[in-house]
Write a protein that binds this ligand. Sequence first.
Ligand SMILES: Cc1cc2nc3c(=O)[nH]c(=O)nc-3n(C[C@H](O)[C@H](O)[C@H](O)COP(=O)(O)O)c2cc1C
Length: 237
Amino acid sequence: MKYQIFYRIIASATVLVFALTGCSQAEKSADVKSTHDSTNTMKSTEKTDSESSSSEEKNNILIAYFTVAENSGVDAASSASYSDVNGEEKGRIRALAYMIQAETGGELFSVQTSVVYPADGRELIDYADKEQSDNARPELTSHIENLDTYDIIFVGYPNWWYDMPQAMYSFFDEYDFSGKTIIPFNSHNGSRFSDTIETIQELEPNAHIITDGFTVNERDVSDAADDIAEWIDRLGY
Ligand SMILES: Cc1cc2nc3c(=O)[nH]c(=O)nc-3n(C[C@H](O)[C@H](O)[C@H](O)COP(=O)(O)O)c2cc1C
């Protein structure tokens, strides 16, 4: 029992450090729960929009990812809240998604919610903790169009409290990926994937889940492009 209490204190302190290093001090977002554009479909990035207009780049690969930088209600590009990954201040998971896109030509899809997550690290850590305790299912405001055209879905998310963000549970609730291949990738500050790959297997029992997912410490995301290329090569895409 003493050990459990000790472990919980250490775990909480560690996660707080994750949040503070990961999210920094920056401006506060408006308190949670205002809305993004609910008409948003395939909402991702300017780069995606222009790239997806090129028909020769379209293939059967989708790269779906969640990053708080695109779910906070602040302008991620100009805010100091989010990590600067190779000049892109828009979240580490997004940076990884871009690297995967560079290798595969897949289409990007940003998982977005009607929750406006706090941009302040301390507030975010508490908010995410409560969301997880409540087993919440944040409402999604971006939706995959033409899921049938994709056979391979890369799925990226940060480790939050040793699990996926609850938005990813909403994501897996929304789609039936039966018969498709799911390839997880994530970034973390020490916990790697935790048990999230097993969780995805439970949530999508009829999909083929690649257990050789790509995981990288948040500190090394900027330099991950070569490792991503090697990984994609190993997977055969
Ligand atoms: C709310 C919250 C909880 C986190 N919990 C963990 C954790 O349990 N284990 C871990 O290794 N990293 C944890 N982290 C660190 C993130 O996984 C890491 O910073 C990740 O790179 C964030 O990706 P992003 O920049 O796309 O948001 C946490 C970060 C936040 C904000």
